[in-house]
Design a binder for this molecule. Structure first.
Ligand SMILES: [Zn+2]
Length: 236
């Protein structure tokens, strides 16, 4: 991985995205392989990039993964903490609604007072992500073996964290309908996360398209299954 950037159209490596001349002229660099601009997204607003990312466009995933310098490693760590907290809150929220009858009976104050359920859900959330990402790392390591490098580990971790943002989309649903379980939203988020992981792994050039889909699906299903053995909310 000597080249820093990536052509969003064909995935070929590139040395730079644009060239700045002394007169203030900026020239967009074209790809040596496909002759298209290496990254047209550098001229677009971040919101448009985000929309294309959510729409699972491979070009947008390549742009986010390789060509945005301002997403630093500490941002990825912070986002991973936010994902674990959001996942734990979703589990805890549904645990609270399991006790809805106790809310009607006005004896639910113990649930809020103790809050121990939240911390066990936080641990479950951490465990779920560890199992999911660990499995994908194992598959990648088995595939690359001696050619596996620290750069590839960083790239894979970045791809997995950025493609997990579907988890955050459930939070507005909980605010919108706080008094019942929203299985439909959870299912949509579940499917979106599989597809987003698939696209991100495919964009990372570490897996083929088929392996990206299979490893994402197996890792997510297996992490849910293993967690269901110890969790009260096995379907979340
Ligand atoms: Zn190209």
């Amino acid at each position: 991985m000597n080249c820093k950037y990536c052509c969003v159209t064909c995935g070929a490596e590139a040395d730079e995205l644009s060239h700045h001349y002394k007169e203030g002229v900026i020239k967009i660099i074209h790809c040596k392989e496909c002759q298209n601009p290496v990254d047209p997204y550098i001229e677009l607003d971040d919101l448009l990039v985000f929309i294309d990312f959510v729409l699972l466009k491979l070009r947008a995933h390549r742009h986010v993964l390789f060509n945005i310098d301002k997403i630093k490693y500490n941002h990825i760590i912070k986002l991973s903490c936010a994902l674990i907290l959001a996942n734990a809150y979703i589990k805890w929220f549904h645990l609270k609604n399991d006790q809805y009858q106790s809310i009607i009976n006005q004896d639910h104050h113990i649930f809020y007072a103790l809050e121990y359920g939240f911390y066990s859900n936080l641990f479950e959330s951490f465990l779920e992500y560890t199992i999911r990402f660990g499995l994908i790392f194992l598959i990648a390591f088995a595939q690359w073996r001696q050619n596996w490098t620290r750069d590839r580990s960083m790239l894979l971790f970045r791809a997995l964290i950025l493609s997990s943002i579907g988890q955050l989309f459930i939070l507005p649903l909980l605010i919108w309908s706080p008094d019942h379980r929203d299985y439909y939203g959870l299912l949509m988020s579940f499917i979106f996360t599989i597809l987003c992981h698939t696209q991100a792994l495919n964009a990372s050039r570490l897996f083929s398209s088929l392996m990206s889909f299979l490893s994402s699906t197996i890792a997510i299903l297996l992490s849910k299954y293993l967690l269901s053995i110890v969790s009260q909310n096995s379907f979340l």
